[in-house]
Design a protein around this ligand. Structure first.
Ligand code: GLP
Length: 255
């Protein structure tokens, strides 16, 4: 696992967007795994800028989002479909038929989740997966205690997640109690993963995921098992890391 510590949110977002843009330029028909939350907003803004100013072309790109609240209609202003549409999809030349966000209103949730995993496979697998992290170490909505190799399925939201996400709803009671989430095992199958984190509120989760043991109590710690995973964090989110992180030379230095 590689850790890159950036000065601030802007730098983190630019680096992440640059990595995604590189994948799109090399492979126009690539598959992106996308995340919601406030953290990737700067990355999406930069991708929109690259599309508008540098002609980054999304016309063949396929996307799969990590999660969605159970029971929310895609038009609900807190649904993750709505979030993605407002913050990315409507600003770029992606084809809506190439976009996948789990359907929180699916009548047979279990069959739907198996289908969703199948669609990722049929699309050729995810080339680059963007992740945020919950204050409790969750990735997507894989809460502490979920199996490290879980597949996409429905999950019960953790008390802390409900509290953290209550700020987006009128009342805490309005936060859905269940969600559909891409499984940790599904996420680990992506070719490449980038996890973004800013602010001190994420420092404990980052330290536990990077330097702690691999445990289901900290779902993001499973990323230590992935051969090509990069954490891009700002100084505040990195503030509880103990090891020193610098750039690793791309080539073996001359002996
Ligand atoms: C939600 C999402 C996660 C996201 C997390 C952090 O719970 N399901 O995918 O990583 O929020 O959100 P934020 O970036 O707003 O801190």
């Amino acid at each position: 696992m590689q850790v890159i510590i950036k000065k601030d949110y802007d730098e983190m977002s630019k680096l992440a967007a640059g990595m995604i843009a590189e994948v799109i330029r090399k492979k126009p028909r690539c598959v992106l795994g996308l995340a919601t939350g406030s953290t990737p907003l700067g990355t999406y803004k930069e991708l929109i800028r690259l599309h508008k100013k540098e002609r980054l072309d999304f016309s063949q790109v396929v996307t799969f989002n990590l999660d969605e609240y159970v029971g929310l209609d895609p038009n609900h202003n807190q649904s993750y479909w709505y979030f993605m549409y407002q913050n990315l999809f409507k600003h770029i030349n992606i084809r809506i038929e190439n976009v996948h966000v789990p359907n929180g209103k699916a009548p047979d949730v279990e069959a739907y989740c198996a289908w969703y995993d199948g669609e990722i496979e049929r699309a050729g697998g995810i080339d680059i997966q963007v992740l945020g992290i919950g204050g409790n170490g969750h990735i997507a909505f894989n809460e502490p205690g979920t199996a490290l190799f879980s597949r996409t399925g429905w999950v019960v939201l953790d008390k802390r997640t409900i509290e953290d996400n209550a700020r987006f709803f009128k009342r805490k009671a309005d936060v859905p109690r269940y969600a559909i989430s891409m499984g940790t095992g599904t996420i680990l199958e992506a070719q490449r993963i980038i996890l973004l984190a800013t602010k001190e509120s994420k420092a404990d989760a980052i330290a536990a995921s990077v330097e702690g043991p691999i445990t289901a109590n900290v779902p993001a710690s499973a990323l230590q098992l992935h051969p090509d995973c990069t954490f891009i964090v700002d100084k505040a989110a990195a503030s509880k890391l103990c090891r020193k992180y610098g750039s690793t030379p791309k080539k073996l230095p001359r002996q």
